[in-house]
Design a binder for this molecule. Structure first.
Ligand SMILES: Cc1cc2nc3c(=O)[nH]c(=O)nc-3n(C[C@H](O)[C@H](O)[C@H](O)COP(=O)(O)OP(=O)(O)OC[C@H]3O[C@@H](n4cnc5c(N)ncnc54)[C@H](O)[C@@H]3O)c2cc1C
Length: 562
């Protein structure tokens, strides 16, 4: 095959082919595909009708050199196709954005998964998966497809019930500590922007397998080729439900409102777990036991009570660095205009990625940016408050929001021991809760710089899920973090016009950026207790939906081949 990675077409040319059509999702239209084929064959000097099996593998937007010229914004396409004399053509073209690639064979993991079906071990393995977030979901699907009839326990409710429980909380109801933005079917990612891009290299084809699987279960098809694919909260719930139904159809058993409370092991080998049934209002029932030979521990970064009980029971856990900070809100128009000029009204909601080194050499960066999204109350423990961000598929909210965070490491936690990071998070989440009586504390950036409570809004109004209150968000941050956030936002104001305006909104705290612990695993993916497979973000082996799902596949294969 011939691979071309830099087929460039001015955005205006593409937009002109779809007058009035919705170009905000980046979906490739029939007309657009014709233009890409035209551009590719023209730059190689071959007739269009000689091109066969033409596929668009990647589509990205490049506005880096836009200056004030809208014509300087391009869509960049990566395409693959067959034609005559491929190697001779590539040699003649002689540039490195065109290459000859042997016809692809399935990635290593894809082949392994296909082979799993006739695995004889399935009769001896009693596999339990704890946690039904992306990691647990994909692990369970691979195990079910291999005929291992996994048993899955999830402390939260199924996704439909969970949405109601979370909405009730956001509308002022009580927090359910067992079912909230962090806990429940689909995991933390269900109430998210559903961004699927990951920085983790896809050397074994797992990220692509995750995207293919999500598309197979109903995610929008453009996730397979967009540089920055996203699903949106509203579409993610349906995808999760379809995957769950497939797992059940293949023999998997799922217990919602069922929490892993402890482990049972002998001679260093897992024998079973203790579980507790959860009532609808989040009360834990009596402990029961479930036997298992393999435990996939995919409990996410917020399962603090479970980390305590498992650590207390002898599971080796160590502290891990994570990031902490605030979430800022800007009018989406400011971001759109800054990134794409006037064209922003016709293009997908603009995002940004900002980073800088502060005077004292520490890094501050934007994280989990949600274009056209909402700031959400993402708390999971009574009396403690954490925020995060989410968007729907349309990304048509009036504000853009993003976390602005600093990495903190065990030296910063001020405590000792494996779980010191959790206590550090809890301390500042309690401060955030105190600042505004359990509502989301919101402060104007000008007041943030003066460390004073805000008393009124400027032009920008919050767009949030969950009650909010004007407060002194800075008081809910460690002093150093407050200083670095101020310095960072001022620095970013030089990169995006209006980014550090006095009336920009700062809410907090953003503390659940990744896991504060790591549950070590060996080369066979097993913990210090044999048969336990730490998996996903909570175990410290992933960050984000796609990498957590990919880790779920990796771990499931380790269980299947153990
Ligand atoms: C609001 C929000 C927005 C986000 N936006 C994005 C985004 O746009 N893109 C992105 O890539 N990432 C995003 N993330 C991060 C992403 O959600 C996580 O990285 C990902 O979900 C981690 O997957 P996981 O399966 O490892 O853990 P989780 O998704 O945290 O799932 C763990 C599951 O285990 C369950 N559990 C915990 N303890 C127990 C127990 N004791 N017994 C039984 N079950 C238990 C929990 O209820 C949960 O369902 C967002 C996170 C949040 C909170």
């Amino acid at each position: 095959m011939v691979k071309m990675s830099q087929v460039k077409i001015p955005v205006k040319t593409i937009l002109d082919t779809m007058p009035g059509q919705n170009s905000r999702h980046g979906t490739i239209t029939k007309k657009e595909k014709e233009l890409i084929l035209q551009a590719a064959s023209k730059s190689l000097g071959i007739p269009e009708d000689e091109v066969r099996n033409f596929v668009v593998k990647k589509k990205s937007l490049d506005a880096r050199k836009k200056g004030n010229q809208e014509n300087n914004i391009y869509y960049i396409y990566h395409v693959e196709f067959n034609c005559n004399n491929e190697q001779k053509l590539v040699r003649r073209y002689g540039k490195n954005d065109v290459a000859f690639i042997p016809d692809k064979e399935n990635g290593k993991y894809a082949k392994n998964i296909l082979l799993c079906g006739n695995n004889t071990r399935k009769d001896r393995h009693h596999v339990l998966v704890a946690g039904f977030g992306p990691a647990g979901l994909f692990a369970a699907l691979v195990l079910a497809r291999a005929g291992f009839n996994p048993v899955i326990i999830e402390r939260g409710q199924n996704v439909r019930e969970r949405k109601k429980t979370v909405s009730r909380f956001w509308e002022g109801g009580e927090l359910n500590p067992e079912c909230n933005v962090q806990f429940g079917e689909g995991g933390a990612g269900t109430f998210s922007d559903g961004k699927l891009n990951t920085l983790i290299k896809d050397k074994d084809g797992l990220n692509h397998m995750v995207l293919n699987t999500l598309a197979e279960f109903g995610a929008p098809s453009e996730i397979l080729y967009l540089q920055k694919p996203h699903i949106g909260t509203d579409r993610l719930a349906d995808v999760v439900e379809s995957m769950r139904n497939e797992i059940i159809k293949l023999g998997g058993i799922i217990y919602f409102n069922t929490k892993l409370t402890n482990i049972i092991y002998e001679d260093g080998c897992i024998k079973g777990v203790k579980i507790s049934k959860i009532s609808d209002n989040g009360i834990c029932g009596e402990e029961q036991e479930i036997k298992c030979t393999h435990l996939v521990l995919a409990i996410g970064h917020s399962a603090r009570d479970t980390f305590y009980s498992l650590h207390g029971r002898g599971l080796y856990i160590e502290p891990k660095a994570f990031a902490i900070g605030v979430r800022v809100e800007h009018p989406q128009d400011i971001i759109g205009y800054s990134q794409y000029g006037e064209l922003y009204k016709k293009l997908p909601a603009a995002d940004y990625k900002l980073t800088c080194k502060t005077k004292d050499g520490r890094g501050i960066y934007s994280f989990c940016m949600c274009p056209g999204g909402y700031v959400v109350n993402a708390s999971s423990e009574p009396g403690r408050l954490a925020v995060n961000g989410m968007s729907n598929y349309a990304r048509n909210g009036r504000n853009a929001n993003s976390a602005i965070v600093v990495t903190v490491s065990p030296e910063d936690f001020g405590g000792r021991g494996a779980l010191a990071g959790i206590e550090f998070q809890r301390k500042w989440e309690e401060e955030a809760y105190r600042q505004s009586g359990g509502k989301i504390p919101v402060q104007l950036f000008g007041d943030f710089c003066n460390n004073i409570k805000s008393t009124g809004f400027g032009e920008i109004m919050p767009d949030m899920k969950g009650g909010y209150m004007l407060a002194n968000t800075r008081a809910a941050l460690p002093g150093l973090v407050g200083n670095l956030v101020e310095e960072g936002i001022k620095n970013f104001g030089k990169k995006i016009k209006g980014y550090s305006r006095e009336d920009v909104l700062v809410s907090g705290i953003e503390s659940r950026t990744s896991s504060p612990v790591r549950i070590n695993r060996d080369k066979d993916f097993q913990a210090n207790i044999h048969g336990i497979y730490p998996c996903g973000e909570g175990a410290g082996y992933a960050g984000g939906i796609t990498s957590a799902a990919a880790d779920g596949i990796r771990v499931a294969l380790a269980v299947i081949n153990s």
